[in-house]
Design a protein around this ligand. Structure first.
Ligand code: SAM
Ligand code: SF4
Length: 349
């Protein structure tokens, strides 16, 4: 059982960033993604092997420590926090953390608190998420076909996820659907998924599989270049490019026929690193300055060494000076091994 400490009272004074974090390539770091657990109630084939070894619980940051480290980043100019995992909503008492982090929205120090979820636990948390200040969430959904859903997620149940999405919408949350494009698996269903999502008022973003962590199968079998998907969607629909950029790897179009927004996350066919504004924290307090590189900084030791945040701030500053220019993901027959050994569920995608 997790022994979580109560979180601190929310301070009410406005918090101004001490200073911006600027990396050696001149990019401001304004976005932190935090994996709050490496555990998950699904075992998606491209993400995990069926029999994963999860981290020992004492290695995990407590909710109080997660709050401290997130708040340190907010004090240093992070404007957007995304909680992810593993499955963030399976972490015990995660709503306590989300509620406490919501104080930074109230003070105006943070523009957005959001999460990426598989949707399985959304039905019971949607109302609380809205109450905590969350307004938008990403829900991962690769197919609307029940047997295929089970095949892809191994342990997931489609109706539970669809109920979760409906509950989120009722609670007032804007839902964006994330779909990993898998060659010969959900490839033929992509237009139907886009139509469904846009029909429900959700934007949808397609993601290419990334070579992260050992899985049970062969990644070259799953890899579907989105340039190819886009080309075939353009035969069916009018795709109008949108100027919108998020500082991330997504490019967006408006589908004229459905009126909805469609995103393409193409780490392999496009390099997106020049505008990167983000860093990633694992649930053990390791900070990765790039999703596709192994260099990392340990923030847990400075966090645990003192109740004062001075050491933590110094460790963050030092880490930002090491943010690399970009990643080197490649998937082809000659590079059929993970570019980085860790799984996406550790850094959260
Ligand atoms: N469990 C949550 C979920 O599934 O949304 C959050 C964590 S999950 C690791 C975050 C996103 O990463 C999901 O949209 C998932 O589909 C995607 N993902 C996982 N492994 C991936 C991989 N190897 N390549 C590309 N996307 C991946
Ligand atoms: Fe779990 Fe998300 Fe990975 Fe699927 S993609 S196994 S839901 S962490």
């Amino acid at each position: 059982m997790d022994m979580e400490q109560p979180l601190p009272e929310a301070p009410t004074a406005p918090q101004m960033p001490e200073k911006q974090m600027i990396d050696p390539h001149g990019r401001a770091v304004t976005y932190l993604r935090v994996s709050v657990t490496d555990r998950c109630d699904f075992r998606c084939v491209y993400c995990m092997s069926e029999h994963m070894n999860f981290l020992p619980k004492p290695d995990l940051l407590t909710l109080e420590e997660l709050d401290r480290v997130c708040s340190a980043f907010v004090a240093k100019g992070v404007r957007k926090l995304r909680l992810t995992g593993g499955e963030p909503l399976v972490r015990r008492d995660v709503m306590t953390l989300i509620r406490t982090l919501g104080r930074h929205l109230e003070t105006g120090a943070l523009d957005e608190l959001t999460l990426t979820t598989n949707g399985s636990q959304l039905a019971r948390h949607a109302g609380d998420l809205y109450a905590a200040g969350v307004r938008r969430i990403n829900v991962s959904l690769d197919t609307l076909d029940e047997p295929l859903f089970q095949q892809i997620t191994r342990w997931g149940r489609l109706p539970q996820v669809l109920d979760g999405i409906a509950a989120a919408t009722r609670a007032g949350l804007k839902v964006k659907i994330n779909t990993v494009a898998l060659k010969g698996v959900n490839e033929a269903e992509i237009p139907a998924l886009v139509e469904w999502a846009h029909g429900q008022g959700h934007d949808l973003t397609l993601i290419e599989t990334m070579p992260m962590g050992d899985i049970d199968g062969d990644r070259t079998d799953q890899y579907l270049p989105l340039s190819q998907v886009r080309h075939s969607l353009a035969q069916r629909w009018t795709l109008d490019d949108l100027a919108e950029r998020t500082g991330g790897p997504a490019r967006y179009v408006r589908v004229a026929e459905t009126g909805g927004k469609l995103g393409f996350i193409t780490p392999l066919t496009h390099n997106f690193c020049e505008s990167c504004n983000r860093v990633r924290l694992t649930c053990t307090g390791t900070l990765y300055m790039c999703l596709g590189q192994d260099d990392a900084a340990d923030l847990r030791a400075p966090l645990r060494a003192s109740q004062d945040d001075g050491l933590l701030h110094t460790a963050i500053d030092e880490a930002i000076t090491r943010k690399p220019r970009g990643h080197d993901f490649i998937i082809d027959r000659d590079h059929n091994r993970p570019a980085v050994a860790r799984h996406m569920s550790l850094t959260g995608g």
